[in-house]
Design a protein around this ligand. Structure first.
Ligand SMILES: Cc1cc2nc3c(=O)[nH]c(=O)nc-3n(C[C@H](O)[C@H](O)[C@H](O)COP(=O)(O)OP(=O)(O)OC[C@H]3O[C@@H](n4cnc5c(N)ncnc54)[C@H](O)[C@@H]3O)c2cc1C
Length: 429
């Protein structure tokens, strides 16, 4: 083990190397030539310069949850941001200052000490970095917008090793691109988030149906989603023979009582917001082999509801409602692709034995194929290894052109390409 600056540098054979190269999806067992564990923004600058001088492929790791394992490179230089994991809060200004390698749990914990929060994802061990740069969907998004809509400024290390402060006034076009464009334009070492007075309460309501009753219940659920208050985010999950319909509520109970659950087996679980934010930590745990497929659905005709129920016969299938403050932001205001989404659909499978890889992938593909006729795009952070075809589904053509112009300006040599890649002009396929 050697040290440069304040960073710890790990090479194959060093103690800690094998732990540091592991990412969430056990399908990816890659071996970087160097892992640079950065503690300061200067360490990040030095790591980018070292990679460029030695012509090493760069990967950037925050929470390590990329479905395609983009946080770890085979043979290149892995910039491990996890030592930059702190979140601090200024309650008077309602701001959170979050380092580029922090996990969502650090942000939520720091903010909730003051009864504050901002939109973050549903699993606390996901990285703030990757989640926010791709958009960032969570239980507060219908009230306060996506995570990226709540970023007031970024500190960014560019491919040239420059440190930029990026906000609505400074580098405004880059500010646009960082809100949904992923890790294409630089390494974010600090996010400044706006926080909201959310209180500390949450509620999860679910009703489970079997057999023929599933279809009628799901139609009621879809219709009630359209009129739901913004505190409610509608959810559905389908499995073999069963359908669970529900919603997650954040903030104090206002007496909202939708009727879609009638006839099902109902549960109503009050909990703290922090418990809600950790509720899926175990199902979303590390060290399993994983494969998922996803669609953005901009409408949900009856045939799509029936297709969703059928998808549950192949593997776990889920829906999460959009709308509200997500759709209030004008479509062109940020790089995020599809604000007019009604529901996000996801199909996912997990297993442990590499011999089951093909079967595991096939289950998720078969489920997602049933919803394909209704697909209006995809969330960039839900993509795996679909390559350029996936990126074209994530961004409408005009946005992709604007993102490409930004890439030409800030990373023309595509130093940051282990991501859902916006290719610079001349290299697009
Ligand atoms: C269990 C689980 C639950 C999830 N839940 C949600 C959810 O509720 N809502 C939601 O919106 N998404 C969710 N996602 C998807 C998630 O947003 C993406 O997987 C995201 O890429 C994870 O970010 P990460 O930092 O953990 O991943 P990493 O693999 O560390 O990073 C992914 C990519 O992001 C870029 N990146 C990360 N940090 C930085 C940085 N500081 N600067 C520049 N580039 C960076 C890099 O290109 C990197 O390759 C979930 C994923 C999983 C696995």
């Amino acid at each position: 083990m050697t040290m440069t600056g304040t960073a710890e540098v790990l090479r194959p054979g060093d103690r800690g190397y094998d732990g540091a190269r592991q990412v969430w999806n056990a399908m990816f067992d890659r071996r970087p030539a160097m892992i640079v564990r950065c503690r300061t923004v200067r360490d990040v600058v030095a790591a980018v310069r070292t990679a460029r001088e030695r012509d090493l492929e760069v990967s950037v790791r925050c929470g390590g949850h990329s479905a395609a394992g983009f946080g770890v490179t085979d043979g290149g230089l892995m910039i491990d941001l996890t030592p930059l994991g702190l979140a601090s809060v200024d309650p008077a200004r309602r701001r959170a200052y979050v380092q580029g390698g922090a996990l969502l749990g650090a942000l939520d914990d720091a903010a909730q000490r003051h009864g504050l929060a901002t939109t973050a994802g549903n699993v606390s061990h996901t990285g703030v970095g990757g989640l926010t740069l791709g958009g960032g969907m969570g239980w507060l998004a219908r009230r306060f917008g996506l995570a990226c809509d709540n970023v007031v400024s970024y500190e960014v290390v560019t491919a040239d090793g420059e440190i930029l402060r990026v906000n609505a006034e400074e580098h405004p076009e880059l500010f646009w691109g960082l809100r949904g464009g992923g890790g294409n334009f630089g390494i974010v070492t600090e996010f400044e988030f706006a926080l909201h007075d959310t209180g500390t309460e949450a509620l999860v309501v679910e009703s489970t149906f079997t057999g023929a009753a599933r279809h009628a219940a799901m139609r009621r659920w879809r219709d009630e989603h359209l009129a739901a208050p913004r505190q409610a985010t509608f959810t559905a999950s389908a499995g073999p023979g069963t359908l669970t319909l529900g919603y997650v509520w954040t903030g104090p109970d206002t007496g909202y009582r939708p009727t879609f659950g009638a006839g099902g087996v109902q549960t109503r679980r009050p909990m703290s917001y922090l418990q809600l934010q950790r509720r899926e930590d175990t199902t979303g745990r590390h060290a399993l082999r994983r494969y998922g497929r996803s669609h953005y659905l901009k409408s949900m005709p009856d045939a799509a509801l029936d297709a969703f129920i059928a998808a549950g016969e192949h593997c776990g299938a889920g829906l999460q409602g959009y709308g509200g403050a997500i759709a209030d932001v004008p479509q062109d205001a940020t790089a995020f692709g599809h604000r007019d989404t009604m529901f996000e659909f996801g199909a996912g499978s997990s297993w442990t034995d590499p011999a089951d890889d093909d079967a595991g992938r096939d289950r998720a593909r078969a489920a997602a194929a049933l919803l394909e006729p209704f697909s209006g795009g995809v969330y960039v952070n839900a993509l795996g290894e679909e390559g350029s075809a996936g990126v074209r589904r994530a961004y409408p053509p005009a946005k992709l052109a604007r993102l490409t112009a930004l890439k030409d300006r800030y990373d023309p040599h595509n130093v940051f390409h282990l991501n859902q890649n916006i290719k610079p002009t001349g290299t697009a396929s």
